[in-house]
Design a protein around this ligand. Structure first.
Ligand code: ARG
Length: 562
């Protein structure tokens, strides 16, 4: 904290030797709290000045002062800065209260577009745990990017195209039942798909029929299109229930099918640039120079592929949105695919391909094993979410039975618990899925942060009559200082979390802040009527602002009461 301020104070004294950025990068946190809040080591300067570091530290310490420094002392080769707690807390609290929701904004962009490819489930298949992770992580990255000045565009690249739709049409025509599909679209369609595969083992002509129907679909045959649209709509209705629960909205649902009539152009472009090679009758782009296997563009039977559609989608998105960055939040199993796509675009000469990133993530595990939707073991996500809401409702009933709008709060807490449980871990880690764990009101959980926020809100309600009474004097005790120091960190946490596409940094931060605040609250009587009551209430208010905003960035709401 306050690295910049300290760097700016030191810099004028040593500007012949180092740049301001270098000074800032040298600044560290003292190893022990009693050594101050910020430390500047003089080793680097010693080389330039050809003087002992201890001497340099001593000279610098004598020259430095600022109203926000309580004292500056040399300690061996270090210059240690003790911040003026009262002055600093006064400035920090004033800033957070004045900026409100806007506190923490980082000016990394002037509103440029960033496309976030997220969620992207497959039509006629269950919404998997992987899709849940993509949805939750992608949405948080979108929120965080917005806080950094970008304009996020959330794109749900639905898996709504490919030979499997030919197979599904064949299966439906042979064994399907309209009413059953309407009642339980995903389960029924998956059943048909599975049946297709077991029957095709006995009767190979089914595969040909499937291909034929997909060809018809590609050629806009009326019957094929009609059935496909229906499957798509029914599946989307199911997916939308999940999005509704998670409160997530998309800017586009253009999935793979959207690119059906646009792929010819992509193939032309590759031909024009002489990038297409035939290999066993198929058309590929060689990626030898990147030590990657070739990217398959067209199969020998003329069918296009997942990669063809992703290339076309990237070109379309660049044309349509002029994105400055393009982020793909997709499981790590698809790493190779994205490397191939990005490198083909680079070979086409598009410099913007350097701003495309695949943001991978690990699996969700149940009892140490991957939670799978295959082999008929469908974990219906909607049920899982509803279970979480029910558990939250039970906790609320036990803790606060007279709470107004209990149902609404239970929804926010249940859903928040699921999202937080996902985001508190670094995204590449596998996560053990446990409803009991994630719904605990203590420990590193969503409900814990929400509960802390609600508790802070209740203090504010009780203290509302004192607030205007006294002036903001600032605070100097250890407990409030620990909270203030964290409040200062918020913008840099957001910046780091965006740069690393790692929402877990925001999640860990809100946990730390909630913990520090709870310590403060158990040690300090906020509502004692003395000359610092306004400052203490300001601290409580600043905490509610930052907790609410931090949770919002993660896609979680913060009830005022729970
Ligand atoms: N539908 C794919 C799947 O479920 C994910 C799509 C990811 N996005 C993309 N542009 N390829 O595996």
């Amino acid at each position: 904290m306050y690295k910049k301020l300290v760097a700016e104070q030191i810099y004028p004294h040593i500007q012949q030797y180092v740049t301001l950025d270098e000074v800032e990068s040298l600044i560290e946190k003292p190893k022990y709290v009693d050594k101050g809040d910020i430390a500047f080591p003089s080793f680097t300067l010693a080389k330039h000045l050809k003087k002992a570091p201890n001497v340099i530290a001593k000279t610098l310490a004598e020259k430095l002062n600022h109203p926000l420094f309580e004292k500056v002392v040399a300690d061996g080769p270090y210059v240690n800065f003790f911040l003026h707690k009262q002055e600093v807390s006064k400035t920090v609290l004033t800033t957070v209260l004045k900026e409100g929701k806007n506190y923490g904004k980082v000016p990394l962009s002037q509103g440029e577009n960033i496309t976030i490819d997220l969620s992207s489930p497959n039509i006629a298949k269950p919404f998997s745990m992987g899709h849940l992770r993509s949805t939750v992580i992608g949405n948080a990255i979108a929120n965080i990017s917005e806080k950094c000045g970008y304009t996020p565009i959330r794109i749900n690249h639905l898996g709504d195209w490919g030979t499997q739709f030919g197979k599904l049409i064949v299966a439906y025509k042979k064994w399907g039942n309209e009413q059953a599909v309407k009642e339980n679209p995903i389960t029924e369609l998956l059943k048909l798909y599975v049946q297709f595969h077991s029957e095709a083992e006995k009767d190979t002509s089914l595969e040909d029929e499937g291909r034929l129907w997909f060809k018809k679909l590609e050629d806009y045959d009326e019957e094929a299109t009609h059935l496909w649209e229906w499957f798509r709509n029914e599946s989307l209705k199911e997916f939308n229930k999940i999005y509704e629960l998670l409160q997530i909205k998309f800017d586009s649902y253009n999935g793979e099918a959207f690119y059906n009539d646009k792929m010819e152009e992509t193939i032309h472009l590759l031909q024009e640039k002489n990038l297409l090679e035939s290999s066993d009758g198929a058309e590929v782009v060689s990626l030898e120079e990147y030590s990657l296997p070739p990217c398959l563009i067209k199969k020998s039977d003329g069918a296009t592929l997942y990669a063809t559609r992703d290339l076309t989608a990237a070109l379309y998105r660049q044309q349509h949105y002029g994105f400055q960055k393009a982020v793909y939040v997709v499981g790590h199993e698809q790493s190779l695919h994205f490397q191939q796509i990005f490198n083909v675009l680079k070979k086409l000469g598009f410099h913007w391909a350097n701003e495309m990133v695949h943001v991978p993530f690990g699996f969700i595990l149940k009892d140490g094993k991957k939670m799978s939707t295959r082999k008929g073991k469908i974990v219906l996500l909607e049920e899982v979410i509803n279970d979480a809401i029910e558990l939250a409702a039970k906790s609320i009933e036990a803790k606060n039975p007279s709470l107004p709008e209990k149902e609404e709060v239970a929804k926010i807490v249940g859903v928040g618990a699921i999202i937080f449980h996902d985001l508190k871990n670094e995204r590449m880690n596998n996560i053990e899925f446990s409803l009991e764990e994630m719904l605990k009101f203590e420990g590193s959980t969503g409900p814990y942060v929400q509960y802390t926020h609600a508790r802070a809100c209740s203090i504010l309600r009780k203290g509302s009559s004192f607030k205007e009474a006294a002036a903001l004097t600032g605070l100097q005790d250890e407990h409030s200082w620990n909270v203030v120091k964290l409040l200062v960190e918020f913008p840099s946490v957001i910046e780091k979390s965006f740069i690393n596409y790692e929402p877990s940094q925001v999640a860990k931060y809100v946990i730390d802040l909630a913990r520090e605040f709870n310590k403060y609250y158990s040690h300090v009587k906020v509502l004692t009527e003395d000359e610092q009551i306004a400052s203490r209430l300001a601290l409580v208010q600043a905490v509610t602002i930052v907790l609410e905003e931090g949770l919002r960035l993660l896609g979680i709401q913060a009830p005022k009461e729970m």
